[in-house]
Ligand binder design. Structure first.
Ligand code: SF4
Length: 470
């Protein structure tokens, strides 16, 4: 485990090098008059942070070509501080952007990473499995339907009124799937009476009881119907489906959807939470067989979700030379190289590790996530990324492989789900410790307050002698 923190996590530029005011949208690419305005970064909306501007690049189903990945690496190098982040929605963001914002945006648009319409950037929030179309257990290749949904989200003007956080999940029954992130609308392929259909639910995850189901050919119409009905019923301050459903009965909403799209009665159960969730935590790291015989995908985790341009360029080169020329980012803030010949897997892993990407599920650091923290965020109570590196080294020494989330404040930017262990910063180097507990809201059960990282490692080590949900 390297001890030099700066050597493992790309450095940030000093704060003084960057503008501190929000960047107005480009005049020549006007955004729509948003009913639910967003402060989130987008490709055309660079948002300031302590370490400079942030540009978020939304990827179609987490997928990016090798050439596009190289364009992102170059943009981060030329126009920013060289820090690239893999996000928990399988997108990328560039941090530390200085004054050359227009040039950075233009270079990303030239690489084909922009939305179909300027106003459509915020709403292209559709999560797929990182192994969509190649997963050995999938019931459905979700990519064609996803393409249709993404096109409609961007081109149907009314949908630009949706909040930038409003998100849809399309699950094809893959073994590798993030089933813990709540989505405003989720669709999940299930077998029902010998037919593959799409179960769906509102404001939740595919592990919950569905609200209904549709035939595959009605999947696109269902998404349109749900989103239009949401916009019909929700007030502007109700930005998410859960806000609307806090006041409006789910059954009433679904009944109105049924007037627009033929619904099936659902007899199948929801996705099995435990097996899918536990499998997926290791299936996104290392080499795993694809549906196509003789081919594997190789998963690699950049330490704490951060890449530098050399890492991204190196991974892109491997994708081009040994894979299908594409990379896929995952909601675990890692990346996959698909379509690697199984005889090349060991060499590809070796090359990725030389780039300082983590390819072993036995690596403690590969299971830790941390938000930007005080090094780049004004709300951060501690340097979460630096503390996470220290914790990873201690856990590795104790042989502890745990899914731990370090959060600089209660906003929980690094995780859209609740991890088994959460450390909430309360002051520099000090954290409150929570264990996930479905019966408790927020991060779960508060176990101890104001612990140092050493004390956290000691406590987790002692607790490992008793069963822990990790
Ligand atoms: S969780 Fe808090 S400290 Fe961390 S990045 Fe988000 S706002 Fe900043």
């Amino acid at each position: 485990m390297p001890s030099d923190k700066a050597g493992i996590i790309p450095r940030l530029r000093p704060r003084s090098a960057f503008p501190t005011q929000p960047v107005a949208p480009l005049n020549e690419r006007p955004m729509s008059t948003a009913l639910r305005p967003s402060a989130c970064p987008g490709l055309l909306r660079i948002v300031p942070a302590l370490d400079g501007g942030i540009c978020r690049i939304k990827l179609n189903g987490g997928s990016i070509s090798a050439a596009q990945a190289e364009a992102v690496a170059s943009a981060a190098e030329r126009f920013a501080g060289g820090v690239i982040e893999a996000t928990n929605r399988a997108n990328l963001q560039i941090r530390g952007i200085g004054s050359e914002q227009t040039a950075l945006i233009d270079s990303l648009l030239a690489a084909g990473l922009g939305p179909r319409t300027a106003a459509g950037d915020d709403v292209r929030n559709l999560m797929l499995s990182p192994s969509a179309g190649i997963d050995r257990q999938m019931l459905l290749d979700t990519r064609p339907l996803a393409e249709q949904i993404l096109t409609t989200l961007q081109s149907h003007e009314r949908f630009h009124q949706l909040s930038a956080k409003f998100a849809v999940q399309l699950d094809g029954g893959e073994i590798l799937a993030m089933l813990e992130h709540p989505h405003d609308l989720w669709l999940s392929a299930v077998e029902q009476e010998g037919e593959c259909v799409l179960a769906f639910g509102l404001a939740g995850c595919p592990t919950q009881t569905p609200s209904g189901a549709v035939r595959l050919e009605d999947g696109h119409s269902l998404v349109i119907a749900v989103l239009e009905l949401f916009l019909d019923l929700a007030r502007p301050d109700q930005t998410r489906m859960r806000h609307l459903l806090a006041e409006y009965p789910v059954a009433g909403f679904v009944a109105q959807v049924a007037e627009r799209v033929p619904l099936l009665s659902i007899v199948s159960g929801s996705r099995d939470t435990n097996s899918s969730v536990l499998h997926s935590r290791v299936l996104h790291i290392g080499a795993h067989p694809q549906r196509e015989s003789g081919r594997v995908y190789v998963g690699a985790t950049p330490p704490l979700g951060r890449l530098d341009p050399a890492m991204l360029r190196g991974a892109a080169q491997l994708a081009r030379e040994r894979g299908d020329g594409s990379l896929r980012f995952t909601p675990w803030q890692s990346l996959l190289l698909p379509a690697i010949h199984e005889r090349d897997a060991a060499e590809v892993i070796h090359s990725l590790e030389n780039l300082r990407l983590r390819c072993s599920a036995d690596d403690a650091l590969a299971h830790l996530i941390a938000c930007t923290g005080s090094a780049g965020c004004g709300k951060g109570q501690s340097d979460t990324k630096g503390d996470a590196l220290q914790l990873a080294a201690l856990l590795q020494r104790h042989g502890q492989i745990l899914n731990v989330h370090l959060s600089g404040c209660a906003r929980s930017c690094a995780a859209a789900h609740i991890t088994p262990v959460t450390l909430l910063a309360v002051s520099p180097g000090h954290y409150d410790l929570y264990f996930r507990d479905a019966a408790q809201p927020g991060f779960g059960a508060l176990h101890a307050r104001n612990l140092t990282i050493e004390a956290v490692a000691t406590l987790l080590d002692a607790r490992s002698r008793s069963p822990l949900d990790a």
